[in-house]
Design a protein around this ligand. Structure first.
Ligand code: ADP
Ligand code: MG
Length: 476
């Protein structure tokens, strides 16, 4: 078999073997460049794709290609941008030159020395909506961690090659993980290169649309949104259920996509979970690269706090950074809130930040949230009562919980008891720590956070806690 045919056959086999997103993202735009001495040269569309092929997909591609070719081969990847006329892209159905706007421009270009691209942006056109970008949300200020590295790299790739790396790029994940930060970072980077960028929270898109309908200027609305190079829409979960917005968005999306304009979307949920999203929009959203963001680990949160502190010209000891970082395990906005409180307090009090002042402040800042137990907070409950109820539930003695035994079952019961103490009593973290065998407040906090997180994903644990709570309500 000719090497080129072998590559083609392997390419199609890989298309079947790999999941769709992987194939579309990394392999779709590869090109056969040559074969010599047992080595296939393959072109990748950009450096990200090349690295991915080299580091993650090498063995799989090599195995398939070796099988097809009937010979153990090696691979060499290099960057090779496909020529525009190569039929590697899916979306070349419409030739821009056939569209009236471009024909008109081409004709008028004949008697003008001004380059065509300048004329596409004639000044009399409606201004782009103001993108309010936070100057602090840049790539430079984004701390990369395991939970967000892949998303960060995808955002970088999109900023470097808008319209040709992943389109659309959809970022989803819980609140306060850095989605908006990354969207702004892409917007900054693209705008700095002179591209037309619109960043809108989806609510602003909706308001803009409603205004235009009211003022009968929908044509202008379309014109504005459809002449951008990069459109970033944040919090798209808000357009769920809004039919006319979805309709308009679908058309905007298609218009931009047809011209290889970059679209980046952020959502607090997987698009599959947006129940009131039209199917055609959902499939558009999921047709590109879909990436989820994960919460940052403790080290990263400390690194972020360091960054914030250094920007304000202050240095905080690691111990204090750690206490703050432990307060907000899942949400960087909360982390920022906690950090701001600590710094502001020290500033107004004219004192320095100490371990004690930080603990005192954060203790109040994050008093029991009662988010789970909506019923009357049983403030009068005593920690001893909680310990007795938990011990009874787990078939243990109270001193098992307040002692040093670290066996898993006891440890888990202890953490449940700590969590309930925190939610139901007015005891502070250090007081709870004291009760549970002189443990530190960070141990208590860690236990409480763990139970809080586990409860979200473990219905059995939630039921256990509810039962203990019910048994306590009579007592307290
Ligand atoms: P989301 O849009 O996911 O709710 P944001 O982008 O608004 O979250 O992030 C919340 C805060 O945390 C912002 O102040 C942002 O600058 C900061 N932040 C988020 N991720 C990072 C990160 N990786 N490095 C530094 N700061 C971050
Ligand atoms: Mg956001």
């Amino acid at each position: 078999m000719e090497p080129q045919d072998a590559w083609l056959a392997a390419y199609h086999q890989l298309q079947l073997q790999l999941d769709r997103a992987t194939f579309e993202t990394w392999l779709r735009e590869t090109t056969y460049l040559g074969y010599a001495g047992g080595v296939f040269s393959i072109g990748a569309a950009n450096s990200y794709a090349r690295d991915m092929l080299e580091y993650r997909l090498y063995r799989q591609v090599r195995r398939v290609l070796s099988d097809v070719f009937g010979l153990e081969i090696e691979l060499q990847f290099s960057i090779h941008k496909p020529e525009p006329q190569e039929p590697v892209r899916r979306r070349r159905a419409i030739d821009p030159a056939d569209l009236p706007l471009f024909r008109e421009l081409e004709q008028s270009a004949e008697d003008s020395s001004e380059p065509l691209h300048r004329r596409v942006l004639r000044p009399e056109r409606p201004a782009l909506p103001q993108s309010v970008l936070n100057p602090r949300f840049t790539f430079e200020r984004f701390v990369v961690s395991n939970g967000n590295r892949a998303v960060y790299e995808a955002a970088r790739a999109v900023a470097d090659y808008p319209g040709s790396s992943y389109n659309p790029l959809v970022i989803y994940g819980g609140v306060g993980l850095g989605k908006t930060h990354l969207l702004h970072a892409v917007a900054h980077a693209c705008a700095a290169r002179g591209l037309n960028v619109i960043y809108v929270p989806s609510e602003a898109f909706v308001n803009d649309l409603i205004d235009s309908i009211r003022q009968k200027t929908t044509a202008m609305f379309r014109e504005r949104y459809r002449r951008v190079d990069v459109l970033l829409v944040d919090d798209i979960q808000f357009i769920s259920g809004k039919e006319s917005t979805q309709e308009e968005f679908f058309h905007t999306f298609n218009a931009l996509y047809t011209y290889n304009k970059q679209i980046i979307l952020a959502s607090d949920r997987h698009p599959g979970e947006l129940t009131l999203l039209e199917d055609r929009l959902r499939s558009r959203f999921t047709g590109g690269l879909l990436m989820d963001m994960q919460p940052c680990d403790l080290e990263t949160r400390i690194a972020i706090l360091r960054l914030w502190a250094s920007e304000r010209g202050i240095t905080l000891p690691l111990q204090i950074l750690q206490v703050i970082a432990e307060r907000a395990p899942n949400n960087l906005r909360e982390l920022e809130g906690a950090f701001n409180q600590v710094v502001a307090k020290a500033h107004y009090a004219g004192s320095s930040v100490t371990m004690q002042s930080t603990e005192d402040l954060l203790e109040r800042y994050e008093r029991p949230r009662q988010h789970y137990l909506q019923q009357t907070p049983a403030e009068s409950c005593h920690p001893e009562q909680v310990v007795a109820a938990v011990a009874a539930h787990f078939g243990l003695q109270p001193h098992d919980l307040t002692g040093k035994d670290r066996r898993q079952r006891i440890n888990e019961a202890r953490q449940v008891a700590m969590w309930l103490c925190r939610e139901l009593t007015s005891a502070s973290l250090p007081q709870i720590g004291e009760l549970f065998g002189g443990r530190s407040h960070t141990t208590v906090l860690h236990g409480c956070n763990k139970i809080g997180e586990d409860m979200d994903v473990d219905p059995a644990l939630e039921r256990t806690i509810r039962m203990i709570y019910d048994s306590l309500r009579g007592d307290c």
